[in-house]
Design a protein around this ligand. Structure first.
Ligand code: IMP
Length: 212
């Protein structure tokens, strides 16, 4: 028999502290306590799917199975027009399997050397998914994007990943110049998570603080 799901404590299927802070800022106010999988001793799942949504599902299912808790995963990345959409799903591993954020940014700027300012369009993509350990609800999936351009050199000290070289012309700021709340208002992850929350409220009503 399937038990009514309890979302008060969820595991986040990532060890990325930057992502975790953004997820907690959006989902915490709904009454969800989000625990990083590393705090529960859960290893990372292999990201072998060809799409963001496919990888998000792999990660969430792995964490839900290991923890016995509802699991939220985010698979995200940067797609650069001048690079035919790369690094895409390979964003975390762009400069190699153990690449740091700084390595990836360096490689990106090197590949874009000589590409003029009006041809540096890019977008962040986020697929966010929630699954329950016993599949008592269908996986809830939400995706969104953040459009901007790649700077010629890093700017700002906030965020993580490619934030220092991503600039949003609509707000006139770089991603690394935004606070977590400002970034969540406009970012791929903030928008995808709000969509995920609204879909989750529909499939599992009565589980959340509904003032947002
Ligand atoms: P994954 O989802 O764990 O495969 O990793 C996504 C990778 O994409 C991160 O390691 C970052 O390099 C990049 N990325 C995803 N979202 C963001 C963001 O909000 N800012 C900067 N980089 C990001």
């Amino acid at each position: 028999m399937k038990v009514k799901p309890d979302f008060s404590r969820c595991v986040f299927a990532s060890n990325n502290r930057g992502k975790l802070a953004e997820v907690q800022a959006v989902l915490g106010p709904l009454g969800l306590t989000i625990v990083a999988q590393s705090e529960l001793g859960i290893d990372s799942a292999a990201e072998t799917a060809a799409t963001f949504a496919g990888n998000a599902l792999l990660k969430a299912r792995h964490a839900a199975r290991r923890s016995g808790l509802p699991a939220i995963a985010d698979d995200s990345g940067l797609c650069v027009d001048a690079l035919g959409g790369r690094p895409g799903v390979q964003s975390a591993r762009y400069a190699g399997t153990d690449a740091s954020d700084a390595d990836n940014v360096r490689k990106l700027l090197a590949e874009l050397r000589g590409v003029p300012a009006d041809q540096r369009q890019a977008r962040f993509h986020c697929a966010a998914v929630l699954v329950t350990p016993d599949d008592s609800i269908e996986p809830v999936l939400a995706e969104d994007e953040w459009h901007g351009v790649i700077l010629l050199e890093p700017a700002g000290t906030g965020g993580f990943g490619y934030d220092p070289v991503f600039y949003d012309p609509a707000i006139g700021k770089g991603a690394a110049e935004l606070t977590t709340d400002e970034k969540n208002t406009v970012s791929h992850r903030g928008k995808a998570l709000r969509l995920l929350a609204s879909r989750l409220k529909r499939v599992a009503p009565g589980n959340f603080n509904d003032h947002r």
